[in-house]
Ligand binder design. Structure first.
Ligand code: KG4
Ligand code: ZN
Length: 334
């Protein structure tokens, strides 16, 4: 009853092994950040080549960490999308080879379902229904989960994802890549009220998001200051930007909770690592009598443990893929 999980959708190569419950027995992540850093973002072709180099040693490392052999594995789960198609194919090809060689089930997992299921790994007693705010580099969604394996989308971003906005603003501020954690850190030294930035709440009652106007407002602020030869307080600007993103995320999450009547709120995706977002949601959910769950930092950003967590439920529910499983760059969750 051991499940091997592989994640290679973007710029982290990751392998995990789960045992019954499900319980995490091994989790290894090889980050490609140093490789892409000099380009200021992920270069897809380099990412797939890097996955090819790192995946086999990571598989051996995970087995060693879990103190298991190949023969112990009962199923293999792999991210099948969304993500970079070349990167996804490396993980999928490896998973197919393993499934075929060991004659064990192959289970394709949606990367976003993985982010959500990191919460079930971190909080074993967690029950449904729940509402999940999924905030990653490519997605910003409000998802209602009535039961395991069912996802209903209540809101989504109409333009930039929250993480994407963090990354673009970080680049404009000259902070580097990946931008989210750098903005998070710098914002702690700034005053969010020093600079006034717009918050897009959209039409009355809408649970959708929009962050491109806010991103443009930051870029305009920087350009105006540059033209006037004025010094910009980067910490204040980072704090004001972050606060504007978080205000909207928190407000709409609470609105969605009120509408669905859920008692549990989950936070998922790379931006769930943001310290201010966690703090603000913690405060507001407590005031509203709701229970907030989020994964530990290492399960927020891309990893294979979360793919294993989602894969575990699919495995137990009898879900199987065949060897024609293909990568889907734009695979929807709902
Ligand atoms: O989920 P993830 O690792 O990859 C995707 O599936 O997209 O999310 C990556 C995103 C990046 O945009 C990164 O800047 C952002 O998560 N991120 C953060 C923080 N840590 C990672 N954003 C804000 N604050 C953070 N502490
Ligand atoms: Zn992700």
């Amino acid at each position: 009853m051991y499940l091997l999980a592989i994640e290679s959708s973007c710029d982290e190569t990751a392998v995990a092994i789960l045992g019954p419950a499900p319980r995490l027995l091994a989790s290894v992540v090889a980050s490609q950040v140093p490789v892409h850093q000099k380009f200021g973002g992920v270069v897809p072709e380099i990412a797939s080549r890097q996955h090819l180099l790192t995946l086999n040693p990571l598989l051996e490392q995970a087995l060693q960490q879990a103190q298991l052999n190949w023969e112990h594995l009962g199923a293999v789960a792999v991210t099948r999308g969304p993500g970079l198609v070349g990167s996804l194919l490396v993980g999928i090809s490896a998973a197919k080879a393993i499934a075929w060689a060991l004659n064990i089930p192959l289970i394709g997992v949606n990367h976003l379902a993985g982010h959500i299921y990191a919460n079930f790994l971190a909080h074993p007693g967690l029950e449904l229904p729940a509402l999940c705010l999924v905030v990653s580099g490519g997605h910003t969604d409000l998802i209602y989960l009535p039961e395991h394996g069912r996802f209903e989308r209540l809101g989504r971003t109409r333009d930039d994802a929250a993480g994407e906005a963090f990354d673009k603003v970080a680049r404009a501020l000259g902070l580097g890549y990946p931008g989210g954690p750098l903005v998070d850190r710098l914002a702690r030294e700034g005053n969010p009220e020093a600079i006034s930035l717009p918050r897009a709440f959209l039409e009355e009652g809408s649970l959708d998001f929009s962050f491109s106007g806010l991103k443009s407002a930051v870029l305009n602020y920087l350009n105006r200051a540059r033209q006037r030869g004025e010094e910009v307080n980067k910490a204040d600007l980072a704090a004001a930007f972050q606060e504007a993103v978080i205000d909207v995320l928190v407000e709409k999450t609470l609105q969605a909770a009120g509408r669905t009547g859920v008692e549990r709120i989950l936070l998922a995706g790379g931006v769930a690592a943001n310290s201010r977002l966690r703090q603000q949601l913690e405060e507001r959910t407590q005031q509203a009598g709701l229970k907030l769950y989020y994964p530990p930092l290492d399960l927020c950003t891309d990893n294979a443990a979360m793919i294993g967590a989602a894969g575990w439920y699919l495995w137990q529910a009898g879900y199987r893929d065949d060897l024609y499983l293909n990568a889907e760059a734009n695979l929807p969750l709902v």
